[in-house]
Design a protein around this ligand. Structure first.
Ligand SMILES: *Cc1c(COP(=O)(O)O)cnc(C)c1O
Length: 424
């Protein structure tokens, strides 16, 4: 599908029915697949023949969605997972094991910070968090002999920091390690990190890709643009005894990383996306281009309106010219950033809670990036155990409201905010 524009790929990529087959991607609700000879099944196990044998590893419905997402991101292949967390975990564990070190931007999703600093630490993988604004020298300083990757988010959730991808990629590549990017908020519609030097892209498909808040999911996309045979990644470039002594770089070349992630880690961890969830994800992807465009234009309109409102203390949205990350956003995602805005109301924490409780259209939910406008006040929900001082040091102002702008009519979203602000 390479000749088509991304808007067409959203609808057409991944599934090409043959004469007389279902027009719409079918749900292959089957854990297993039938073959006529044990010899054939043996070849499947030896990775000598292509085909499906057990849905923990691959399934025809999931396979089509993987092909579509790989095409959208410009990668050589993709592997879906049961959640975004599973995608990040698998992406890291595929190249890091006990004794290894990794670097991550400190401006990342809270769940990912926990994964890196608590759970992976218990696995013996050490992480250094660096400022998303790090200079080349600062990045270089953080890299050690046993550092195996650098990880960052294109637009950080919830800080809305835009990373300078080319700088991060350069630092990684100078040291023979890959740059892994979580592209959940920007989506491939607005930004394709592989074009800017990323080697592996992960997503929580639970957000814009699904778009309707109906199915958890994640995906790992392989850029196929990293040389894993440089001596730093023996798990890819030396025989895997758990797979009949196969050497991934030798047998699978550019696809070594992705094949290993599937046949070793998906086999062992089983963080599989169900065919039913893949079907729902595909329906979401079919309108991704339309929705993202509307999320972004609505959000920009709301952000500009908030910025001029007398009861608003501050607005953080990388699409605003006043924003610290405006220039980076223009460089890496010129057609739009995302639908999420954070802002503070005059009157602090109490005013924030009062505003949130007065909203009628925007619902209070612990989710972002779906079709419906939603709001969250971290200080009284996800971060409620913290004092005001602790909140500020965690980068969460007590008055911070995170609003995820949906695809409703923007006039109604603004009217809802207006009536809420009038009550303050
Ligand atoms: C939500 C989110 C995740 C985690 O994804 P789940 O599907 O909830 O597991 C990871 N990264 C980012 C940027 C997210 O917004």
């Amino acid at each position: 599908m390479n000749k088509y524009h991304i808007n067409t790929k959203c609808i057409q990529s991944g599934y090409e029915p043959k004469n007389g087959e279902a027009r719409v991607l079918p749900i292959y609700q089957s854990t297993t697949f039938k073959y006529d000879s044990s010899e054939h099944v043996g070849k499947l196990f030896d990775l000598e023949a292509e085909g499906f044998f057990y849905s923990r590893l691959s399934n025809p419905t999931v396979d089509c969605v993987e092909k579509k997402i790989a095409d959208l991101e410009g990668g050589i292949g993709a592997m879906c997972t049961s959640s975004g967390q599973a995608a990040t975990t698998t992406a890291i564990l595929n190249i890091c094991s006990a004794g290894d070190h990794m670097i991550a931007s400190s401006a990342i999703y809270g769940g990912t910070t926990n994964l890196f600093t608590v759970t992976l630490k218990k696995f013996g993988v050490d992480v250094t968090l660096v400022s998303p604004d790090s200079t080349e020298e600062e990045l270089q300083k953080a890299i050690k002999e046993n550092t195996k990757c650098i990880f960052a988010e294109t637009i950080a959730n919830p800080a809305l920091v835009v990373i300078d991808m080319e700088k991060f990629a350069l630092a990684a590549h100078k040291n023979g390690i890959p740059f892994i990017v979580d592209n959940t908020f920007a989506t491939p519609i607005n930004c394709r990190p592989i074009e800017h030097g990323a080697n592996i892209v992960v997503h929580s498909t639970s957000k814009y890709m699904d778009g309707h808040a109906v199915a958890l999911g994640g995906v790992i996309v392989d850029g196929g643009n990293f040389d894993w045979d440089n001596g730093k990644f023996p798990s890819l470039s030396t025989p895997d005894e758990s797979y009949h002594g196969i050497t991934y770089t030798e047998t699978f070349g550019k696809a070594a990383y992705l094949v290993k992630a599937r046949v070793q880690l998906m086999r062992d961890l089983g963080v599989t996306l169900s065919p039913n969830s893949a079907f729902l994800l595909n329906i979401g992807l079919e309108t991704l281009h339309l929705r993202v465009e509307r999320h972004c234009s609505n959000a920009l309109t709301v952000a500009k309106w908030l910025e001029t409102h007398e009861k608003i203390e501050w607005v953080n949205y990388p699409g605003l010219e006043s924003n610290k990350y405006y220039n980076l956003a223009q460089k890496y995602m010129p057609s739009g950033t995302c639908g999420v805005i954070s802002f503070g109301v005059k009157g602090g924490r109490d005013a924030a809670v009062k505003l949130m409780d007065s909203l009628k259209l925007a619902a209070i939910v612990v989710h972002v990036a779906d079709a419906r406008t939603s709001v969250l006040h971290p200080a009284s929900t996800t971060h409620r155990q913290l004092t005001d001082e602790q909140l500020i040091s965690a980068g969460v102002e007590p008055d911070l409201i995170r609003i995820s702008i949906g695809i409703e009519d923007v006039r109604d979203i603004i009217e809802d905010l207006e009536q809420g602000l009038e009550k303050l």
